[in-house]
Each structure stands twice: as structure tokens, then as C-alpha cells.
Design a binder for this molecule. Structure first.
Ligand SMILES: Cc1cc2nc3c(=O)[nH]c(=O)nc-3n(C[C@H](O)[C@H](O)[C@H](O)COP(=O)(O)OP(=O)(O)OC[C@H]3O[C@@H](n4cnc5c(N)ncnc54)[C@H](O)[C@@H]3O)c2cc1C
Length: 472
């Protein structure tokens, strides 16, 4: 039996199908650690919702390892060598991340450890296909989803099978002079995030239960039902996948064995979108902060604080947009269709820079993810590699009539509109005030008047994009 091993947890907060944990199974002493490293964007600018999830997730992992997890805050390039020194560690194992700042520090750490005769191994725990493996015929990264997924991923080797949780690992708590980090999230937002407990069971067990529930229920009508925000057909796995409480391998093979037909194909391709986002992040490392189409650097966004604040708070006067933004605030999640509607509204109808929307989502989403969030916002804004055509503007009125036909979703998050007949609810501003008053709605008093005239804003967006694109 070998002696001491350090497992450095990051976005792999689970014990089953965790290659770093499996690799440690024959060691006599296995020390788990998590480090909040302020050199890493995701740690330094951790959103409010993410802090809540992370704290709960680490608590849950700690319990699963019988109270042996230590959390530190600081420079991982200093903390890990110090632990190795203090505890005479022989091997350090971790699972790979794909953000440029993480890659930079991981490379430095590996160099240091190897130079000091400490075994250093990294593994793949969070992507079905490593982003450097999938290349197009010219040897370049893919820029468009369909060929990436169909010709790139599906025609390459099958993802590996999930690993079983190793039995009998005796995790030990690190004992060093380093100061342990205690979460102390006592701002006003603490109060805000406390309610997330109502909606989410954080941790590996929560992830598994959530997935089983989906496979036994929503999955059976996924391909159609996933478009309807009030239907319970989506998996809500995104935060679990982001934090690594369930692995994409478990999800991929679980779905393959339990789902069938179109439901299965569509679900697997959505998992493919997650892979694509990471493929873009790895190959275009500035995805988070720069337009992938750099000509958009001079796009005439029309900065307007009032528009932004009203969008953030769900006070635009467009019910489906407001319901989505309030779902986000209330639950830390927003249904995908509504993410598309609300983001299109901000970027196209209000002509606000996609970065502002991305930042708000980053702060409020429990699944806030450098790859998926940035890639999706760039897709909506038309600044990405595989983007919606600029003239595709999600019409919040027709979208809600089609996908929230009985207005159950709108009524759930906008109770002030719940007495309006369905015909009126999608665009109350189109009806006269006496009619609305009969149903308890007074625009500008208990529900906002619309912040823009919809058809004018659509024309303005198309004109602005057309002029801009033709200028080049
Ligand atoms: C503006 C905008 C911002 C977004 N920000 C994020 C984000 O920060 N984090 C995030 O995980 N997803 C993001 N998405 C993608 C998508 O909306 C969510 O992944 C999905 O809504 C999560 O719900 P679910 O788990 O019930 O999805 P399901 O429909 O059950 O899909 C299963 C899984 O597939 C993956 N997936 C599905 N759709 C996408 C997609 N379009 N792009 C990437 N992965 C996808 C997710 O991991 C998801 O959990 C964003 C989409 C938009 C339009």
C-alpha cells in the first residue's frame, strides 16, 4: 500500500465516477482539500447564488467523507506545496478544469510537484470529450454546433463508462498550521439565497434523486415538453452538472439506457450543447469577456441603467420576460426557453450589451457557468461563432402565447396578473385601463407599464444590426 495522497476537489464535488478519488483508493492516507483561490476568476467573482450552492455542496461532500474535508482560501500554488511539505504527501490528484486561468495554474503546480518528486496526476471528470480531441477535417476547432456534435463527437470514440464509487477509502483531515476557511456570507444577499433550500437538495445524493425523478417522469415527453416552462419535462440537472455532483458520463449512460426515441436523441444533444460550450471556452479562452466576432467591439449598444435595472428585477411590463427574471430571483434557475426570451429582449429590444446580462445571470444562477453562460449570451447577441441570425428576435408576446398557452408560468411568478383572462395576460398593455381594472390590474401601479414599444424596439434592433453589419 502506498502512503499519502492529496485529492484536490474543484468542480467535481462527488465521490462516484470521480477519477481522482478512484486513483487514490489504494493509498493509506487520503487527504481531501478544496481551495478558494482568488487568482481564479470563478472563485474571485463567485456569484451570490454560486456561493450558496458551493457552501452547501462542500458541506454535503464533507459529510459524505465523514468530516474530513478541509477548505482553505488563498493561492493554490502556495497552499498545496505547504500541505505536501507538512504531511509528506507522495501524490496529488485532481480532475481537470478548462478555464484559461485554471489551466495556467494547474500547469505550474504540476511542474512544481514533479520537480519535487511528488506524483501529480490530473483526470477527466467533467467532459465526455476533451476539447482538444474534437477537431474538424482541417484540424481546427469546430465553430458550429451540429457538425461539432454529429461529425466531431458522435463519430469519435464513445465516452468512457462511469466509475463506481470506491469502497473503504479512509479519508483523513489535513492537519496543518494553515487557517481553515469558514464561509461567512452575511450580506443582504444571504437572506435572498436562504430560500433556495425550498427548491434544491444540494449534493451528490440530491443530484442522483433529481436525475432519477427526471428519468421516471419528465424524460418521457422531453423532446416536446422541454419547450414549455410550466411543464415538468426538463431535468434541472444544470447546477449539479456545473458543480460536478453528478458526472456527464453518468447522465449520458443513464439517459441512453432509460430514454428512447426522440426524447433520448434530443436530451443527448442538449448534453452535447454543454460539451460545445466547453469546446468553445477551451479553444477561444476569451469567450467570457470578448466578442468572438471581434468586429462587434464597436457595436453601438445603447447603455441605459434604467432599462437594465428593470430587466433585472422583472419590471419590464412584458409578462413572460418579467416572469422569467422573477423565477431566476426566486429560485436561482430559469427555464431554457425563458432564458432565450429574456436574453434576446435585453440584447435586441433594449440594445444592452450582452455582457451586462451575462453578469446578472452569473450572479443569480445556481448553474452559472463560464462556458455555457458566455457561449449562450454570445449566441443570442450574434457575437458568437454559432450565433442566431441578427433578425431572429424572440417576440415575448407570441412566444408566451405559444409556450405558456394557459399562462400558468406567468401566473406563478406574477401573481398580480393572476386574475386576468388568458387572452389579456400576454400583453396587458394592449387593453384599455377599465378592462384591466376589472381584473385588479392597474398599469404603472401594481404592474409596470411596458418600458418600450415592442414593434418600434424590434425595428430599431433590426436597423441597428443591419447598419452595423453592412458597415463592415
Ligand atoms: C442566455 C443563456 C444563459 C445560459 N446560462 C447557462 C449557465 O450559466 N449554465 C448552464 O448550465 N446553462 C446555461 N444556459 C443553457 C440552458 O439554458 C441550461 O443549461 C438549461 O436551461 C438548464 O436546465 P436543465 O438542466 O433543466 O436542462 P435540460 O433541458 O434538462 O438539459 C440537460 C442538460 O443539458 C445541458 N444543456 C441544455 N441546454 C444547454 C445549452 N443551451 N447550452 C449548454 N448546455 C445545455 C445542461 O447541462 C442541462 O443541465 C444558458 C442559456 C441561455 C439562453
Amino acid at each position: 500500500m502506498e502512503s499519502s495522497c492529496l485529492i484536490w476537489f474543484r468542480k467535481d464535488l462527488r465521490l462516484s465516477d470521480n477519477p481522482a478519488v478512484t486513483a487514490a483508493k489504494n493509498f493509506k492516507h487520503v487527504y481531501p482539500v478544496y481551495i478558494i483561490d482568488d487568482d481564479i476568476y470563478e472563485n474571485k467573482f463567485l456569484g451570490g447564488a454560486s456561493i450558496w450552492w458551493l457552501e452547501n455542496s462542500l458541506n454535503s461532500l464533507n459529510l459524505d467523507m465523514k468530516n474530513s474535508l478541509k477548505v482553505f482560501k488563498g493561492d493554490s500554488l502556495k497552499i498545496i506545496p505547504k500541505i505536501c511539505d507538512d504531511l509528506k504527501i507522495n501524490s496529488v490528484f485532481w480532475n481537470r478544469c478548462y478555464e484559461k486561468d485554471r489551466i495556467f495554474k494547474d500547469t505550474k503546480l504540476k511542474e512544481y510537484l514533479l520537480a519535487n518528486n511528488i506524483e501529480a496526476k490530473s483526470f477527466n471528470a467533467s467532459l465526455l470529450w476533451e476539447p482538444w480531441i474534437i477537431k474538424n477535417k482541417s484540424g481546427n476547432p469546430y465553430k458550429v454546433f451540429t457538425p461539432f456534435f454529429k461529425s466531431g463527437c458522435l463519430e469519435s470514440s464513445s465516452p468512457r463508462k462511469p466509475l463506481k464509487k470506491p469502497e473503504n477509502i479512509l479519508f483523513k483531515k489535513i492537519n496543518t498550521m494553515l487557517e481553515e476557511y469558514k464561509f461567512n456570507y452575511t450580506t443582504e444577499k444571504n437572506h435572498w439565497s436562504a430560500k433556495f433550500h425550498k427548491y434544491w437538495k444540494v449534493g451528490e445524493l440530491g443530484a442522483k434523486k433529481n436525475f432519477d425523478k427526471f428519468l421516471n417522469n419528465g424524460a418521457k415527453n422531453y423532446s416536446v415538453g422541454r419547450n414549455f416552462p410550466s411543464a415538468e419535462n426538463v431535468s434541472k440537472l444544470s447546477p449539479y452538472l456545473h458543480w460536478g455532483e453528478i458526472s456527464p458520463f453518468e447522465v449520458w449512460y443513464g439517459a441512453k439506457s432509460k430514454m428512447s426515441g426522440e426524447n433520448k436523441n434530443v436530451f443527448l444533444s442538449e448534453i452535447g450543447w454543454r460539451e460545445f460550450a466547453y469546446h468553445l471556452l477551451y479553444n477561444f479562452p476569451n469567450l467570457q469577456e470578448k466578442n468572438l466576432k471581434n468586429n462587434f467591439d464597436s457595436f453601438p449598444w445603447q447603455k441605459n441603467e434604467t432599462f437594465l435595472k428593470r430587466w433585472e428585477k422583472g419590471m419590464t411590463g412584458f409578462p413572460i420576460v418579467d416572469a422569467g427574471m422573477r423565477e431566476l430571483w426566486e429560485t436561482g434557475y430559469m427555464h431554457n426557453r425563458v432564458r432565450m426570451i429574456t436574453s434576446s429582449f435585453l440584447v435586441k429590444n433594449l440594445l444592452q450589451n450582452w455582457q451586462l446580462g451575462k453578469d446578472w445571470f452569473w450572479d443569480c444562477l445556481l448553474d452559472a457557468d463560464a462556458a455555457s453562460n458566455s457561449a449562450s449570451w454570445q449566441w443570442v447577441a450574434g457575437t458568437g461563432t454559432d450565433a442566431t441570425p441578427f433578425f431572429r428576435i424572440f417576440n415575448p408576446i407570441t412566444q408566451s402565447q405559444k409556450f405558456d398557452e394557459s399562462a400558468n408560468y406567468i401566473k406563478k411568478y406574477l401573481p398580480e396578473l393572476k386574475n386576468l383572462p388568458t387572452k389579456l395576460i400576454f400583453s396587458p398593455f394592449e387593453y384599455d385601463k377599465h378592462t384591466l381594472k376589472k381584473y385588479g390590474v392597474v398599469l404603472g401601479e401594481n404592474y409596470p407599464s411596458p418600458i418600450i414599444n415592442y414593434s418600434e424596439s424590434r425595428k430599431r434592433a433590426i436597423n441597428t444590426y443591419t447598419k452595423f453589419i453592412n458597415k463592415d
